[in-house]
Write a protein that binds this ligand. Structure first.
Ligand SMILES: C[S@@+](CC[C@H](N)C(=O)[O-])C[C@H]1O[C@@H](n2cnc3c(N)ncnc32)[C@H](O)[C@@H]1O
Length: 222
């Protein structure tokens, strides 16, 4: 079985699943999760949920739409003696509680970029051509599942329609959102090879190197 180390947590995976990325790691390290009841939305093979559970969260529910991810999230939580409650849900469809923190790293990359980078194996559920449809749905519906003063942490990339995401921040969380982390990442060989099909606005160039960007936002249910 293949294993990957995520912030000192060993996770099993196979070729059909999404493997935790730099974004997963920065999300874990920049989220204020201690003593909170958490929903990990789009949990993949479990990195964030397990990290939160092992480092001071009060409780962690972890949901995903893809059965292979649910299987590995459960297996990895057992292997790491982490107490998390894993269940299937298409976004909030099967969620009935309110949380202190919803951590959302749901697929937020345009479908064609998800494929060409190799980040999303064929079977892994992807966003649409805008890269923003899942994120927009979460922003529009999350208040129902947040306690008063609860927080939605949401991850975006320059490979999604960030303009529509910012408009939704303003519509559903007016004046109560802030960027908590952002990082420029140099293009992989595969991205450079496919640069002709990328939107010019989705990357920047500095000193001859192309970079894409990811950001993490905190939205407060005040
Ligand atoms: C970018 S991956 C992140 C996975 C994990 N959070 C990590 O850091 O490794 C996005 C996740 O969203 C899940 N996903 C996609 N569409 C979904 C939906 N409609 N409802 C729930 N989860 C979904 C995918 O299966 C995948 O696990």
């Amino acid at each position: 079985m293949n294993k990957v180390n995520f912030l000192n947590i060993e996770l099993e995976y196979n070729e059909k699943v999404f493997r935790p990325t730099l974004l997963s790691e920065k999300c874990a390290l920049n989220t204020n999760f201690k003593n909170k009841n958490i929903l990990d939305l789009g949990c993949g093979i479990g990195p964030l949920a397990i990290y939160f559970a092992k480092n001071g969260a009060t409780s962690v529910d972890a949901i995903d739409i893809y059965d292979e991810h649910l299987k590995f999230a459960k297996k990895n939580s057992d292997l790491n003696n982490a107490s998390i409650n894993v269940f299937e849900s298409n976004l909030f469809e099967n969620v009935s509680k309110k949380y202190d923190l919803i951590c959302c790293d749901v697929s937020g990359v345009k479908e064609e970029v998800a494929r060409l980078t190799g980040w999303f194996p064929e079977e892994v559920p992807k966003a649409d051509d805008s890269g923003a449809n899942l994120i927009l749905n979460v922003i529009a519906n999350s208040k129902e599942f947040l306690k008063e003063n609860g927080e939605l942490v949401i991850c975006t990339t320059s490979f999604s329609d960030e303009k529509s995401i910012f408009t939704a921040f303003e519509q559903f969380f007016p004046d109560s959102y802030q960027k908590i982390y952002s990082e420029k990442v140099p293009f992989s060989k595969r991205l450079n090879q496919n640069i002709d099909i990328l939107d010019r606005g989705s990357f920047c160039k500095k000193d001859g190197i192309n970079y894409w960007k990811f950001s993490i936002f905190s939205l407060s249910n005040t």
